[in-house]
Design a protein around this ligand. Sequence first.
Ligand code: SAM
Length: 370
Amino acid sequence: LNGNSLDEVLKKEALSDEDIVFLLGLTEPEDCKKLQEAAYKKTTELMGNKVYYRGLIEVSNVCTVDCRYCGIRKDNHGVHRYTLSKEEILEAAMFAAENGYGSICLQAGERNDPKFVSFISDCLREIHRKTVSESLPNSLGITLSLGDQTKEVYEEWAEASGNRQNLRYLARFESSNQELFDFLHNVLHKKSKQLEHRLQCLQWLKECGYQVGTGVMIGIPGQKLEDLCSDIRLYQKLEADMIGMGPYLMSEGGDLKSLGQTENKKLFQLSLNMIAVTRLVMGNINIAAATAMQVLDPQGRETAISYGANVVMPNLTPLQYREGYQLYDKKPGLKDDPETFGLKLEERIQSKGREVGWNLSGSSRKWLNR
Ligand code: SAM
């Protein structure tokens, strides 16, 4: 590292690719602690002490694409498919609004049919109408995570939300390494996600005024530290407002089982390092502590917060549907009751010296400063 020590690297204003790879590869507990402290300090300095809740509503597990890593991919016929009703979505959204969550995230498998598109528009209009008519405090932030769509669809949903000031979209590009991306998505094989198209979608979302979130999976078989460094460089290039990333975890219903999965402890530390380095490089953006972190360590989400995350996504999907939305094996929270979970999580967040941003939609500061 050109003779620079860890302390010197952590003091730098701008990290080189070499620095990033070095930081991502840290494994000694003392070194990791230094990285953690630097990222935590930067987070609280730039973003304040609050951690924001996004109530996650898993709208549907019906999917028309076949991402090889994913438990709800189209060709996994072992999954019972569901779509929540408009009433169920509204009830979950209103629970979030009334309980001070400040924002929600509607996520689903990928579908482009006009019926689904107008169903989402209807839900968005209704959520807006209800939050306004019930004069709920502050406007509810809405994140959509519904995959690749046309620019017209993104525009339709933005219009239907009635609230472009608090509108976000999350679409991970999964990996910036073209070969790895193609391998993960069976690109030559079937209808599948294309990296170039996903990046085009992120651009359209920006043009439609969304706060744009993206991210990758960490520890994909065959992925190198240099690939993760390129992922961070792509976050910069895209000027992302939010990053939601987490470890790649094996899925019984996926198509990559034979490749195995990185050992838990190693994968956990790598994921934490990735969060910390993303914070150091990207500055005042929102970074989510992924639910998947909790699979690797019982304190996964809180630890991610201590490494630079400032958003968590408590699950508000009605309990009877959760079994059907298992993107990876051993997904936690299948029985977490929304009635009590938000408060329990608050205690865990406080244990890391942070507080919950109750009733705040928690917009990306990078976006607000534009
Ligand atoms: N269909 C939308 C999309 O593709 O963006 C949103 C839903 S998709 C299921 C949400 C995210 O789940 C993906 O971006 C992917 O990174 C993550 N995911 C799927 N399978 C996973 C696995 N086995 N391990 C970790 N994350 C996984």
